[in-house]
Design a protein around this ligand. Structure first.
Ligand code: E4P
Length: 214
């Protein structure tokens, strides 16, 4: 499974990139606002750090404007893909952008039906939001499993990005189900590295090493 980081924070991106595990980056308007930056400056900076797909979300709400915004965002760097929120206008825009070779990441996906239509419209990626479904008492990982099953049936080229990952179990579920990508926040990535028995083991080995010197 490819691992993307879900942030617009440049220091976090640099840090995780240095771990040798980073395949791409996703941003959204809320993450951009949190960093008090603007989308174009931010994704340009990211493209200088990470050699992989970078999602930049359009804020237009009609197809014509989405296409215009998407074309402009895609010119920032060849690795930029255009994030569009799932709706009919976004499907129309995806149809046009895909025909021009511009990759679309259809975001805010909450059902296998939405994912199926996004893929058929030509989306390069679909982003099902696992955590936000859990938030309303539904099981996000079940939706992921349904999307994986549908895409396998028809051998779509569209890649599934498990999004809205809130904890390491979500990341594990995405990998176990065979999602192509998980986009994961920095704090969750750090939690995935850690294990109390690893920390305990390191402490013990270092203590024994000290003892053996005496
Ligand atoms: C996906 O690309 C989104 O940026 C993200 O995963 C949303 O996560 P949240 O529900 O934790 O805001």
């Amino acid at each position: 499974m490819k691992i993307f980081i879900d942030t617009a924070n440049i220091d976090m991106i640099k840090e995780v990139n240095s771990w040798g595990i980073l395949d791409g980056v996703t941003t959204n308007p809320s993450l951009i606002a949190k960093e008090k930056t603007d989308l174009r400056t931010c994704v340009k900076k990211i493209s200088e750090i990470v050699d992989g797909p970078i999602s930049a979300e359009a804020i237009s709400m009609d197809a014509e404007a989405m296409v215009k915004e998407g074309r402009s965002l895609s010119k920032i760097h060849p690795n930029i893909n255009v994030k569009l929120p799932m709706c009919i206008e976004a499907m129309k825009a995806t149809n046009v952008l895909a025909s021009e070779g511009i990759a679309v990441n259809m975001t805010l996906i909450f059902s296998p039906q939405q994912a199926l239509l996004a893929a058929k419209a030509g989306a390069r990626y679909v982003s099902p939001f696992v955590g936000r479904l859990d938030d309303i008492g539904q099981v996000g990982s079940e939706m992921l499993a349904q999307i994986v099953a549908v895409f396998r049936n028809y051998d779509f080229d569209t890649e599934i990005i498990a999004a809205s990952i809130r904890h390491p179990v979500h990341a594990f579920e995405a990998a176990a189900l065979g999602c192509d990508i998980a986009t994961i926040p920095y704090d969750v990535l750090k939690k995935m590295v850690a294990h109390p028995k690893t920390d305990e083991g390191i402490k013990l080995f270092l203590a024994d090493h000290e003892k053996s010197k005496k």
